[in-house]
Design a protein around this ligand. Structure first.
Ligand SMILES: Nc1ncnc2c1ncn2[C@@H]1O[C@H](COP(=O)(O)OP(=O)(O)OP(=O)(O)O)[C@@H](O)[C@H]1O
Ligand SMILES: [Mg+2]
Length: 420
């Protein structure tokens, strides 16, 4: 009986229908999956089916092979170069190699950010082979679900890649803020053992004493998000960036458990820094008319920050520019607030020199004096605006390109102050 099902050749249309049906059910369950969508074709007498997958690791390859071996007794390794692996079914008679290249074949193309699985065979597939394709697809999905980075992406969060051009020098001034970040975030993350051993010496009942949650508070444009990106490069653990505002709209109508899953995925990476940007979207006191979804997300967050559901290796940073409007229960969960003030005159001068390095010290100083109340972002905008104005002038007057003169910066700043 088994022999006959194995040999049962299925028409192309019936095969396509079966495979598509199986894939659609996965998409329905998991929502949009941002890997290359499956392709099914029949060209020059060959059936070809391909789909996108996670970058294939050695472990995943073993899992795929286990699936293949369950269906095909004798498989030949066709290629085992790094980045390209191919496995081919052998003929029933193992000693006969004729037309073997027409047999069922599975190829894995591994790229840096994704990979592709391609199945091909001359002629139509048998029912067993169709089942194998479906199982390979399911295996690829199962591996993806285990990959924390991929899970985070599906949830609207992302892992910030360290940027080697971005370090603390990029932020002019703010020595006090930088010191606090170094002491309360970077040091504990880099030396967890020291903190733990002290806690073991002091506590009757051991509890980790590392800071778990820190709030970045400050006006718009003072470098809170930029600081998070710099921390990503300095810490030896991944920084998970969670833009609360945008994920809330993305999850509209969905369960607040998504936030919980972000925490879970972050912990599956063996510790991480979770940066919750713009938590102002959770503002509003709880007794006011808060949206149900917001209320639920807030309650998940409160629980996670309490640390009951959270591994000790995770540090959460929240950023806000409306601390006073935040829920009091939420504020109380943060061990420490790092306040990012607006830059003082010296710092404003330094920010001007960061974005207009050709100016003389006295010139930056002058601009710094005249820009009271402006944030780093506004100063950067003023410098960019000045460059564009100057570029237009250079073009119109057919001048050799030079850096904008001091006068131009002064003018832009004056215009800015007047329209304020
Ligand atoms: N002290 C500074 N030195 C240099 N650049 C700065 C400084 N402060 C801010 N900037 C620049 O301003 C821009 C905005 O900063 P960032 O996005 O980090 O601000 P933010 O505090 O997160 O603001 P928001 O609250 O609006 O999210 C960045 O491009 C950053 O480089
Ligand atoms: Mg920001």
């Amino acid at each position: 009986m088994k022999e006959t099902t194995e040999e049962l050749i299925i028409s192309y249309d019936r095969m396509k229908e079966q495979i598509e049906k199986e894939l659609i059910s996965v998409y329905d369950r998991e929502g949009a999956v941002d890997l290359a969508s499956p392709q099914i074709s029949f060209e020059k007498g060959t059936t070809r089916i391909s789909f996108g997958a996670q970058p294939i690791t050695a472990g995943m390859l073993v899992d795929f092979l286990a699936v293949i071996k369950r269906y095909i007794a004798h498989v030949r390794v066709h290629s085992f170069d790094s980045g390209y692996y191919a496995f081919q079914a052998m003929n029933k008679n193992l000693f006969k190699t004729e037309n073997m290249l027409d047999n069922f074949k599975v190829e894995f193309f591994v790229l840096s950010a994704s990979s592709k699985v391609e199945i091909s065979k001359k002629g139509n597939l048998t029912q067993e082979e169709i089942n194998l394709v479906i199982e390979l697809f399911q295996q690829a999905r199962a591996s993806a679900r285990q990959d924390p980075a991929y899970r985070l992406k599906l949830l609207g969060a992302s892992i910030v890649e360290p940027d080697k051009d971005l370090d603390w020098d990029y932020i002019a001034g703010y020595d006090e803020v930088k010191r606090k970040i170094r002491e309360s975030i970077i040091l504990p993350i880099r030396n967890p053992g020291v903190y733990d051993s002290i806690a073991r010496m002091t506590r009757k009942v051991y509890e980790p004493n590392r800071p778990r949650a820190i709030l970045f508070d400050g006006a718009p444009g003072v470098g809170k998000t930029t600081a998070a990106r710099i921390i990503a490069g300095e810490a030896d653990i991944p920084l998970v960036y969670v833009p609360i505002e945008s994920i809330m709209s993305k999850w509209y109508g969905q369960s607040s458990q998504n936030l919980s899953q972000i925490f879970d995925a972050s912990e599956d990476m063996g510790g991480s820094i979770i940066f919750l940007d713009e938590i102002d979207s959770l503002a509003g006191s709880r007794d006011q008319n808060m949206f149900e979804a917001t209320r639920q997300i807030l309650s998940v967050l409160l629980r996670r920050l309490d640390g009951i559901d959270t591994a000790a290796s995770t540090i959460t940073i929240g950023a806000t520019n409306r601390k006073d409007d935040l829920d009091h229960a939420l504020i109380s969960r943060f061990d420490q607030t790092i306040y990012f003030p607006l830059p003082n005159a010296t710092e404003r001068a330094a920010i001007f020199s960061n974005y207009a390095k050709h100016l003389a010290e006295a010139e930056s100083f002058n601009l710094g004096e005249k820009s009271e109340g402006l944030s780093g972002r506004t100063i950067k905008d003023i410098c960019e605006f000045t460059e564009r104005r100057w570029a237009r002038k250079v073009l119109i007057k057919s001048l050799e390109p030079t850096a904008p003169p001091f006068e131009f910066y002064k003018q832009t700043l004056r215009m800015w102050n007047e329209t304020k």
